[in-house]
Design a protein. Structure first.
Ligand SMILES: CC(C)(COP(=O)(O)OP(=O)(O)OC[C@H]1O[C@@H](n2cnc3c(N)ncnc32)[C@H](O)[C@@H]1OP(=O)(O)O)[C@@H](O)C(=O)NCCC(=O)NCCS
Length: 284
């Protein structure tokens, strides 16, 4: 039987948010209704839900930055898996992004899901490690400082050079939210790197971190500074496996490697030579 003709896809609406949170809770993704509202605000036509008749059965979200898109929150109710719903959602999301003239689409996949995304046209790019732990304070050298509003333009510019597209629509509200933290390292007027952390009640997501490739020490200082400010918070972050020096430091500071992830791309992606940590798994 062709299962897929039984299912239809809509944009996620506010009425769906209880379902989206309950569904993602089954994977312990720690998302709340406000997270989905935020995603819907960032990409109003790009957050999708699948139905079997009236029954909600799966979701996927996207975000587009010029010609670069990102796919996240792909999840199907357990008793509907293996019937093509996930593939249908991903294809629908791809079609939406391609229609918006997005040329390259990225995602972070659990390693066992790599074959699923490969079948849908994504290619493996590189491995990332998701780390968790409690932030502790450490001695710092003082070569970074808290970013101020006048730095925002430069931060967005450096991020664009590293990421490949401007993430202004994502980074500006995060930066302007006074709960969040941002440290910057500047030499003369050149930004060497920056780091952002989003804070919720006792929990913080660290990232993005972007740093000039030759400035490994600065990347370490940025991390130390932000962790100092987050002392006692439960923190998480997602860092390329190839950043072994930084990874070792993070483990030494008490964070533990939680699980690996594969960054994958649909379409061509030209890796940039920067030290980089993801913003979040859904939105990069
Ligand atoms: C990943 C996930 C979204 C896939 O959704 P799904 O609806 O099961 O996906 P599909 O049915 O399209 O494809 C799954 C498998 O069923 C097979 N399949 C597809 N259509 C089918 C059909 N009509 N009948 C039977 N099997 C089918 C696919 O070939 C695929 O096989 P594979 O496991 O060898 O790749 C789902 O497993 C899930 O929600 N997992 C938990 C959350 C998660 O891990 N999300 C991914 C984060 S990276």
């Amino acid at each position: 039987m062709d299962w897929q003709i039984m299912f239809h896809i809509n944009k996620i609406s506010l009425d769906d948010l209880k379902f989206t949170v309950n569904l993602t809770n089954t994977m312990k993704w720690d998302l709340v209704e406000e997270d989905f509202e935020y995603m819907m605000k960032l990409e109003p036509n790009g957050c999708f839900i699948t139905f079997d008749d009236e029954k909600r059965i799966g979701i996927a979200t996207t975000i587009s930055f010029d010609n670069l898109g990102w796919l996240g929150n792909v999840i199907v109710s357990e008793n509907y898996r293996g019937r093509g719903v996930g593939s249908l959602l991903v294809r629908h999301a791809l079609e939406y992004l391609v229609n918006k003239h997005v040329e390259t689409i990225g995602l972070y996949a659990y390693i066992p899901k790599v074959p699923f995304y490969k079948k849908l046209g994504f290619e493996y790019d590189s491995e990332f490690i998701y780390l968790k732990g409690t932030a502790v304070s450490m001695p710092i050298k003082g070569c970074t400082r808290e970013a101020v509003e006048e730095d925002l333009g430069k931060i967005i510019d450096l991020d664009r050079l590293c990421f490949g597209a401007s993430r202004r629509k994502l980074l500006k509200p995060i930066f302007l939210d006074t709960e969040n933290l941002c440290q910057i390292a500047i030499d003369d007027s050149k930004v060497l790197g920056f780091i952002i952390a989003k804070r919720y009640a006792g929990v913080a997501e660290v990232g993005p971190l972007v740093c000039q490739e030759e400035c490994k020490d600065i990347a370490v200082e940025l991390l130390k500074n932000i962790l100092n400010q987050l002392k006692g918070y439960k923190v998480s972050m997602c860092i390329p496996k190839k950043e072994t020096v930084i990874l070792k430091k993070l483990v030494k500071w008490g964070l533990r490697e939680s699980f690996p992830l594969a960054r994958m791309f649909y379409g061509e992606y030209f890796g940039k030579n920067y030290i980089y940590m993801a913003e979040s798994l859904e939105k990069n």
